[in-house]
Design a binder for this molecule. Structure first.
Ligand code: ADP
Length: 847
């Protein structure tokens, strides 16, 4: 080997070595780089791993925290649950009702205090079997088992729990409590038992059962909630349908189908809808009759929840009583009417002989008698008259009671009527020195349509009482009125007195029957105590109203209000237009006022003086057309005044008003008077008198039927009267009158005498044999044929029932009731034939 070669070889080797080295260093570098990378990755991973571990650690920490929190929560939850359970039990224990749970083996698991105390036996506690519980309860003798033995009761109670649906059962304890056991199976075989205390309810039900009426309760859907046994008993026919939950309509339909309701027969559908309507719109009670004849009163009320509570009362007994009562009432009324009719008839019968007694006594008084005989005869007459007044009262009262009193309205003059009554009562008033005054409203008409007879009776009683119960002072009748409906007046009539008065306690029943005010002072007054009762009823029959006002010891004021139609023939009184200035002298304020009120509206100037002295003074300065003076005045009376006036040379006409004109005329001074007039004075009369003072008017010439010889003939009076005594009485009563009197003994004779005797006036008895007064009157009117009209006056023995109507219908003009009075006969003659009677009356007055 050459060197070169070796060198070359060496070089090549070196080169190769160098290249290898370079390669290796490159490799190393690469490896290094790789290693670096790895190392970096590794450290990254470690970091990451560390992070994971750290996180895991943190999480673990957190978990641990949570776990402990959870444990705490659990603890708390447990506590809460325990608390809740305790609370629940506390609550369950506080409720009054018992609560218990039995397990599938019927062993008591738990029970509240109420449940345990229901059985009130310490042995009864959780763990006890149901059967043992029942046995303890049954044998403990604190349960009302009725007639069941303890074993039977326990068996019954156990058997209940075997049912699919366990019905509640009510158990009554001997301590008075009632418990309703409601048992229900729970899902896991447990039995939940409730023991509800229903003592309160049972008490109420016991009360409801105790009431004698049927009681029923429906809900708002009209379903029966409950009813008592009485309800079932009442509707015994429907009882099968009366079950809780049944609809009211179903119960009704059941009853209808079984014919329970009598009043539904044949109209069931209508009855049903009516009854349902009543139930839905409860109002007053409804009465229904059942098929067995019983009567039921049903009353429904709405309950607060919209249901109905109903009461059913058996009113059969009540109905029977009602029927009996009604029958008794009808019988009593009939008896009362019969009694009244009997009384009316009896008084009528008594009146007839009384006519004879009073009439004859009156005639006897007119004959010449010794002092003693006169006293006896007067006593017979006055007693008879008093008796007649009483009989009249009884008769009137009976007639009103028997509903047989009818009113007979006709035109009449009210002022005149009152005036006539005042005239009748004037003598009694005069005796006591009472002033009887009438104040008739100037602006009122005087003629009205009413029953003058009955009004007269009312006024006579009131004015009569006023006079009777007044010893001094005055009695004032005042009539005022307002225009009412179409042609009528509402009249207010008061009668005021200054008498003994009526105690407040007696005012209330003063209008009752037989009510005389009992007092020492009153016993001296006679009367039946019927007057005011009759008066009140009469006023009421006239659709009026009566009242009284009084102060004991001061006086009384009776008043009544009636509406009367105006009479068409009403005419204003003719006013005294010739007189311009009048002097009125009266010590009484009321009298002066009345006169002033009567005169001023006529356009007359009135000067009022309280005494004669004042009047004389007035005459010094003034001239009057007329002087009106009262008679009785203190210091200077009317007659003295008249004399003094004339002595002064004054010749003005003087009118004297006196309660006793006859007596006044006899005294000195009377010769100066233009006229002496009876007090109270009728307004029309006053006007007429005043007018005649100024313009002397001739009295109307008497319409005298002169006979052919020119002589004034006697008035012809025909009296039909079958009773001999009455004929005699009548004859004697008219014996002083200048008349020609003929009697007919019956209707037939009366008709015949009408033709032959040609009477001016006929008095006609009503009940006569053969032909009665009515038929005779009809026959006479037929004969007249409307061409003439002889006045006919019926003589009735106090008309009972329709009498008066029948009498007037037969053509009779008016009727007079017996007993006959001389005054009444004269008055009648005066009314119908004044021209005949006037001279006789004048003669009588003079006598
Ligand atoms: P009598 O028939 O007794 O008068 P009345 O019914 O007319 O019956 O009157 C009943 C009673 O009323 C009288 O008894 C009397 O006590 C009382 N009385 C009636 N009017 C008056 C009066 N004007 N003043 C006082 N008392 C009177």
């Amino acid at each position: 080997m050459d060197f070169a070669e070796r060198l070359a070889k060496e070089r090549r080797a070196r080169l190769a070595a160098e290249r290898l080295l370079e390669h290796k260093s490159r490799e190393l570098f690469a490896a290094n780089a790789k290693l670096g990378l790895h190392a970096r990755a590794l450290s990254d991973e470690i970091v990451a791993q560390r992070q994971v571990v750290k996180t895991a650690l943190t999480e673990a920490e957190q978990l641990k925290g949570e776990q402990s929190r959870f444990v705490q929560e659990l603890d708390r939850a447990h506590t809460v649950a325990v608390m809740a359970e305790r609370r629940l039990w506390d609550s369950i224990n506080t409720i009054k009702d018992g609560f218990a749970v039995f397990d599938g083996n019927q062993q008591l698991i738990t029970a509240n205090a109420a449940y345990l105390s229901t059985f009130s036996d310490p042995e009864i506690a959780p763990g006890l079997a149901y059967v043992d519980l029942l046995c303890i309860a049954a044998e403990g003798e604190n349960i009302e088992r009725g007639d069941r033995t303890a074993d039977v009761w326990v068996a019954d109670m156990l058997a209940r729990w075997d049912e699919d649906i366990i019905d509640p059962v009510t158990v009554q304890f001997k301590n008075g409590t009632w418990v309703r056991l409601v048992d229900q199976r729970a899902r896991d075989g447990d039995m939940v038992s409730l023991a509800l205390d229903i003592t309160e309810q049972m008490r109420i039900w016991a009360a409801i059962e105790a009431i004698p009426d049927g009681f029923v309760l429906f809900d708002r859907e009209e379903r029966l909630l409950a009813c008592n046994q009485r309800y079932r008993d009442i509707y015994a026919t429907s009882a099968p349908a009366i079950v809780a939950g049944a609809k009211f309509e179903e119960i009704l339909r059941y009853g209808l189908a079984h014919g329970q309701q009598i009043d539904a027969k044949g109209r069931e559908a209508q009855w049903l809808s009516e009854r349902l309507f009543q139930h839905r719109n409860p109002g007053g009670p409804v009465e229904q009759q059942l098929s067995d004849g019983r009567w039921i009163r049903a009353q429904d009320h709405v309950t607060p929840d919209g249901g109905r509570v109903g009461l059913r009362m058996d009113i059969t007994h009540l109905k029977e009583q009602q029927v009996a009562l009604e029958a008794a009432r009808i019988a009593a009324e009939a008896a009362s009417r019969a009694k009244s009719a009997f009384l009316a008839n009896m008084s009528h019968e008594i009146r007839t002989p009384m006519n004879g007694v009073v009439g004859m006594a009156e005639l006897l008084c007119d004959t010449s008698l010794s002092e003693e005989q006169r006293l006896f005869a007067e006593t017979i007459r006055s007693s008879g008259e008093a008796l007649l007044v009483i009989i009249n009262d009884i008769l009137d009262f009976s007639k009103i009671e028997a509903e047989r009193l009818t009113l007979h309205p006709e035109p009449f003059d009210l002022e005149r009527t009152i005036h006539e009554i005042a005239m009748l009562l004037q003598p009694s008033a005069r005796q006591k020195g009472l002033d009887l005054m009438i104040d008739f409203d100037m602006f009122l008409p005087t003629r009205f349509i009413g029953d003058p007879g009955r009004l007269r009776q009312v006024l006579t009683n009131l004015i009569g009482n006023a006079v009777k119960f007044t010893d001094s002072g005055h009695v004032l009748v005042r009539v005022v009125g307002l225009e009412g409906n179409a042609g009528s007046h509402d009249l207010h009539i008061t009668v005021e007195d200054t008498g003994i008065g009526i105690a407040p306690g007696n005012l209330a029943h003063i209008f009752g029957e037989f009510n005389q005010v009992e007092s020492q002072s009153n016993r001296k007054f006679e009367g039946t105590g019927l007057g005011l009762a009759i008066t009140k009823r009469l006023v009421e029959r006239m659709r009026g109203e009566i009242w009284v006002d009084s102060e004991l010891g001061k006086g009384a004021s009776f008043g009544f209000r009636i509406a009367l139609p105006d009479a068409e023939d009403s005419e204003e009184p003719r006013l005294p237009n010739a007189v311009k200035h009048v002097l009125v002298v009266d010590d009484q304020f009321i009298n002066r006022t009345i006169l002033e009120r009567q005169l001023v509206p006529c356009g007359i100037t009135v000067t009022l003086c309280r005494s004669g002295a004042e009047a004389l003074l007035a005459l010094e300065t003034t001239t009057f057309d007329a002087i009106i003076t009262d008679h009785e005045m203190p210091e200077m009376n009317g007659l003295t005044l008249a004399a003094r006036i004339r002595a002064k040379g004054v010749d003005t006409p003087i009118l004297l008003l006196s309660s006793n004109p006859a007596q006044a005329r006899e005294h000195h001074g009377a010769e100066h008077l233009a006229a002496t007039l009876q007090k109270p004075l009728l307004r029309a009369d006053l006007y007429r008198r005043l007018q005649s003072l100024a313009v002397p008017v001739l009295e109307p010439a008497p319409i005298v039927d002169t006979a052919s010889d020119g002589h004034r003939r006697q008035m012809r009076v025909l009296t039909a009267e079958d009773n001999r005594t009455n004929q005699l009485v009548f004859q004697k009563m008219v014996r002083d009158l200048d008349i020609e009197l003929v009697f007919a003994a019956n209707g037939v004779e009366a008709v015949a005498l009408f033709e032959s005797f040609k009477p001016d006036l006929i008095f006609m008895d009503i009940s006569m044999p053969e032909m009665d007064g009515r038929d005779a009157a009809r026959a006479i009117r037929a004969l007249e044929g409307g061409k003439t009209h002889v006045p006919m006056v019926a003589l009735t023995a106090h008309a009972v029932d329709g009498d008066a109507e029948g009498i007037l219908a037969s053509g009779i003009d008016r009727y007079m009731t017996k007993s006959l009075r001389k005054g009444a006969i004269t008055e009648t003659l005066l009314i119908y034939c004044p021209s005949f009677v006037r001279p006789i009356c004048a003669a009588e007055q003079a006598a």
